[in-house]
Design a protein around this ligand. Structure first.
Ligand code: SF4
Length: 326
């Protein structure tokens, strides 16, 4: 089995608002091995992006990481100086954001922007020719046609799909160990989405890079990921291998999520919806945050701390599984 590349332990990231504290990430733990792809899934506002930004140590004010550890290649990222972190971001950990239209600077050519990313982390000074060679090579690798000409073009001269390809190129320019892709296909057309997914799969094979894929698209998870973590209101409620979680879901929230999307592999008479909203769930301190919406809720779910129950690598946080039953 491959080595553990990333180990997140009891991570807590809170946002200190004027009147309240939003516990956006509240005790999140998981592991990612080299070459593995983890899907981080959940409704909007459940803490997926806050978890990713915490790993990059890019949480904006008024947010703050208040507790936990993030071990990357054995080093706790939370113990590093800002200068040390700058050496890791973009080099050892790459990030792909949701909206490629706003991720590139409109006043510089894409070649210039790529060369900046390359030079920032180059082990030694590179001459202009080698940088250009590398820029053209990366653009070609991510499927930009005639890269030897197009590196001179500006972002507005590329389509949305091409811009996302360039962003992916930027994230792999220094051959990182980990890529965090935050909804990388959401802003793109369906046909372009499929091309981007193919590209990411191909690069994963080529570089054996680990990926955290943040998405609310369960189809994407089924296609790309080895394991999946389901998040709800700042907490992971279920985590395990994709097949186990999809075919034998344990948590009531996961079950409802799976029933709310159309599937062709099983007979589905009708799609379900999850009643209520995540609003107010963050205020629940001791009990289960899914309690107000859970069709299986019991009295103790309201105020009793939920523990982890595991079946091998498949872990669920729910009182239904206390003592192994459920
Ligand atoms: Fe539902 Fe209780 Fe399980 Fe929460 S702990 S998901 S409320 S059964």
């Amino acid at each position: 089995m491959n080595e553990v590349l990333l180990k997140v332990e009891n991570l807590k990231t809170y946002f200190f608002m004027k009147r309240t504290i939003v516990k956006a990430v509240d005790g999140v733990s998981f592991e990612l091995r080299r070459g593995e792809v983890l899907g981080l899934v959940g409704e909007s506002g459940c803490g997926k992006s806050a978890t990713a930004l915490s790993i990059m140590r890019l949480i904006p004010h008024p947010g703050r990481i208040v507790d936990g550890h993030i071990y990357f290649k054995g080093r706790d990222l939370l113990a590093l100086s800002e200068k040390e972190m700058r050496g890791i971001r973009g080099k050892e950990i790459g990030m792909i954001f949701q909206d490629p239209h706003n991720s590139l600077d409109p006043v510089y050519t894409v070649g210039w922007q790529l060369s900046e990313a390359i030079m920032l982390h180059a082990p030694k000074k590179m001459d202009k020719k080698s940088i250009l060679r590398k820029v053209v090579d990366i653009l070609g690798k991510v499927g930009i046609p005639t890269p030897e000409d197009r590196h001179r073009d500006y972002p507005h001269q590329f389509s949305g799909g091409q811009k996302q390809r360039i962003m992916i190129g930027m994230s792999i320019s220094n051959v990182p160990d980990l890529i965090i892709a935050d909804e990388p296909t959401t802003a793109l057309d369906v046909t372009v989405q499929a091309q981007i997914i193919d590209l990411m799969k191909q690069l994963k094979e080529e570089y054996n890079v680990s990926i955290i894929l943040i998405t609310h698209n369960l189809g994407l998870v089924a296609e790309m990921c080895d394991k999946v973590a389901i998040m709800y209101a700042g907490k992971i409620v279920e985590i395990g291998g994709v097949e186990e979680v999809f075919y034998e879901p344990l948590h009531p929230y996961t079950k409802l999520l799976l029933k709310s999307i159309p599937r062709v592999d099983i007979d589905m008479p009708r799609l379900e919806h999850i009643p209520g909203s995540v609003e107010g769930a963050y205020e629940i301190e001791e009990g289960c945050r899914f309690y107000p919406r859970c069709p299986m809720a019991m009295d103790k779910c309201r105020d009793t701390l939920v523990r982890a129950y595991s079946k091998g690598d498949h872990i669920v946080y729910c009182h239904l599984y206390e003592g192994g039953e459920g």
